[in-house]
Design a binder for this molecule. Structure first.
Ligand SMILES: [Zn+2]
Length: 262
């Protein structure tokens, strides 16, 4: 299985040639051998990020949604409606953590997608929706993706959760955090199991509190940092991640071989 970053920038990124942090998992179909693609988040930049890799709406077989910020779900109207109207009604598999299912439609997509040629639609009529419990996993191309619930925002008594994924491969495990704060009690159990980590990393001069910040991540043990790639970086500040002991900052279009994922 391969993991390719169609962009590695933040929600606010305007760097030419980079896009917001959405990723593609690619694996051969066990039956046909054809390459299948699971898009990890479909944000506002997704159609341009895919196009930069020579891909379009018909090349995405499934989408996973980590949380409901527009840089992670703002491209779903494009993907759903383009497949509906131009893709002969093809419904892409949409894998959604259970708590996000209703607000994804009611608060993010309904206004622009509800009225179709036959009348009023629901999410199921434009996507093949699959809900996943937050302590469960889903399977794609024979590989198991365990959900990793992490806190993304804290505001007063309220929390916003984001759901990363963990995959087991021959080398151990791969952790893709999705957007998350630097909360060690939730991250550490997953860090301990992962041989390869793709970590949300803010690089603003001052931490915003919405993401793990480069300065916070720099305090981690060197052995842990040496297994960690950073992404979701801000365009205004780009620290020397390699000098700080990390594998590096992911470049847009950069691709990783994850080996055989179980
Ligand atoms: Zn976010």
């Amino acid at each position: 299985m391969r993991l390719t970053f169609i962009g590695s920038g933040s929600a606010f990124s305007t760097v030419p040639g980079n896009f917001q942090s959405n990723m593609l998992f690619e694996a051969p179909d066990p039956e046909t051998g054809e390459t299948r693609r699971l898009l990890f988040d479909c944000g506002s930049d997704a159609r341009w990020g895919l196009r930069a890799l020579g891909l379009g709406h018909g090349d995405v077989d499934a989408v996973y949604v980590s949380h409901l910020h527009a840089d992670h779900v703002g491209g779903l109207e494009w993907l759903g409606l383009k497949n509906y109207f131009i893709g002969q009604g093809r419904r892409v598999r949409l894998i959604v953590p259970e708590p996000l299912r209703r607000p994804l439609w009611d608060n993010c997509l309904k206004a622009g997608m509800e009225l179709l040629d036959f009348g009023l639609a629901d999410l199921d009529q434009v996507f093949e929706v699959e809900e996943v419990a937050t302590d469960e996993s889903f399977t794609w191309m024979g590989a198991r993706f365990s959900l990793v619930p992490l806190v993304h925002l804290r505001g007063g008594a309220y929390l916003m959760w984001s759901y990363g994924v963990f995959l087991e491969n021959d080398a151990g495990g791969v952790l893709l955090t999705s957007d998350c704060r630097f909360e060690r009690d939730r991250l550490d159990p997953w860090y301990a199991r992962a041989e390869l980590i793709f970590q949300d990393c803010e690089t603003l001069a001052e931490p915003s509190g919405a993401h793990a910040h480069f300065l916070e991540l720099s305090t981690l043990d060197p052995a842990l940092k040496s297994r960690m790639w950073l992404y979701h970086v801000n365009c205004t500040h780009r620290p020397d991640a390699v000098a700080a002991g990390f594998r590096g900052i992911v470049e847009p279009g950069q691709s990783f071989d994850l080996g055989a994922v179980k």
